[in-house]
Design a protein around this ligand. Structure first.
Ligand SMILES: Nc1nc2c(ncn2[C@@H]2O[C@H](COP(=O)(O)OP(=O)(O)OP(=O)(O)O)[C@@H](O)[C@H]2O)c(=O)[nH]1
Ligand SMILES: [Mg+2]
Length: 290
C-alpha cells in the first residue's frame, strides 16, 4: 500500500536504478499522473530518465478532477507536443482509448523499423508513476486481466515479465515507481491532500486548513453544500466569510463531533474533510491548473 512508502534517500536510489534498468528495455513510457494535481504528482526526473523514448502522459483519476481543468491540462500537454489522455483507470473500456494514442506516440519508431525491414515488432512499453497514482489499476484494465496486484507485494519474480496486449504492444508487467518531489512545500501538501503520502495526525489539522483555504477560494460554495450550516449566530457570518479554522470547527459541529469537554473536535473534523475530498464527495476538484 502507498501508505507504507517512505522515501529515504536509499529507497530513492534503488527506485532510480530500477527505473534506469527497465528503461533500457522499452520503446514507450506511459507516465501516470494524478489529474487533480498534475504538477505535484509528476516527477520531472522522468524527462531525463526517458530521454529518447516515446512518451504518453495519462491524467489518471480524471473522474475525481474538475472536467474543465482536465481539458486545460490536455491542451497544455498538446501544446508542448506531448500525447496526453484523461482517464479513469478503473474503467476498462476507457483504458482501451489509449490504443490510438500509443500508435501516434510510436509512429516515428514504427516507421523507422519499417524502413529497416523490421515488420510487426510490437512496441514495448512501461508504466511509470508515483505511489498510489493507479499504475496497477491501469495495467489490469488495459490488459484486461489481473496481471498486476493493486497494492504492493514483496517477493516478485526476478525475470521481467511481458504482457502481450496486441500485435503492436507489449507491456512490462512491473510498473516503475517514481519518487515524489518534496522539495517544494506546496508539492508535499498537495500530495498529502490527495492521500498519496502518509497522514501524520499532528499535521492533519494543518493540512485540513490548507485544503479548506484552497476550497474557499477556488471552489466557493462547495463546502456549504457538503456541510450545510446556518450563518454563525455569534458573528452573523456565513461559512465562506469565515476563515479556514472556523470552517473546520463548523464541520465538527455539523457532524456532531465534540470532545469530552463539549468543544468541537477539530481533529475528527479535519479527518472528515480530507476523507470527503479524497473520495470525491465534495465534488470534482482540481488543485492545480496549467
Ligand atoms: N477514482 C479513481 N480511483 C482510481 C483510479 N485509478 C486507480 N484508482 C484507485 O487508486 C488506488 C491506488 O491504485 P493502484 O493501482 O494500487 O496504484 P499504484 O500506482 O499501483 O500504487 P503503488 O503500487 O502503491 O505504487 C486504488 O484504490 C485504486 O482503486 C481512477 O482512475 N479513478
Ligand atoms: Mg501497484
Amino acid at each position: 500500500m502507498a501508505e507504507n512508502y517512505q522515501w529515504y534517500p536509499g529507497h530513492m536510489t534503488k527506485a532510480r536504478r530500477n527505473m534506469q534498468e527497465d528503461m533500457k528495455l522499452v520503446d514507450l513510457v506511459i507516465e501516470l499522473i494524478d489529474a487533480r494535481i498534475p504538477y505535484s504528482s509528476r516527477n520531472p526526473d522522468i524527462d531525463s530518465l526517458a530521454a529518447n523514448k516515446s512518451r504518453i502522459v495519462l491524467l489518471n483519476k480524471a473522474d475525481l478532477a474538475d472536467e474543465r481543468v482536465n481539458k486545460q491540462w490536455l491542451s497544455h500537454f498538446k501544446e508542448k507536443g506531448i500525447h496526453a489522455l484523461a482517464l479513469d483507470s478503473r474503467n476498462k473500456s476507457a483504458a482501451k482509448r489509449i490504443d490510438p494514442v500509443v500508435k501516434a506516440a510510436c509512429a516515428e519508431k514504427i516507421e523507422r523499423n519499417r524502413r529497416r525491414g523490421i515488420l510487426n515488432r510490437p512496441m514495448r512499453a512501461m508504466v511509470a508513476g508515483i505511489p498510489n497514482v493507479g499504475k496497477s489499476t491501469f495495467i489490469n484494465s488495459f490488459s484486461g486481466r489481473s496481471v498486476s496486484k493493486t497494492g504492493n507485494k514483496p517477493g516478485v519474480t526476478k525475470g521481467k515479465q511481458w504482457v502481450k496486449l496486441s500485435n503492436t504492444l507489449e507491456l512490462l508487467d512491473t510498473p516503475g515507481i517514481l519518487w515524489p518531489k518534496f522539495e517544494d512545500e506546496k508539492v508535499g501538501r498537495n500530495l498529502a491532500c490527495i492521500g498519496s503520502i502518509n497522514d501524520n495526525i499532528l499535521q492533519m489539522y494543518e493540512l485540513s486548513l490548507y485544503l479548506a483555504d484552497f476550497l474557499l477560494t477556488a471552489y466557493p460554495g462547495v463546502l456549504e453544500e457538503r456541510y450545510p450550516l446556518p450563518e454563525n449566530p455569534e458573528t452573523g457570518l456565513s461559512l465562506s466569510d469565515e476563515g479556514a479554522s472556523s470552517v473546520i470547527e463548523r464541520i465538527a459541529l455539523s457532524r456532531h463531533c465534540l470532545t469530552k469537554g463539549s468543544q468541537p473536535d477539530i481533529e475528527k473534523a479535519a479527518a472528515i474533510l480530507l476523507d470527503d475530498f479524497r473520495s470525491g464527495r465534495i465534488g470534482k476538484i482540481s488543485m492545480e491548473r496549467p
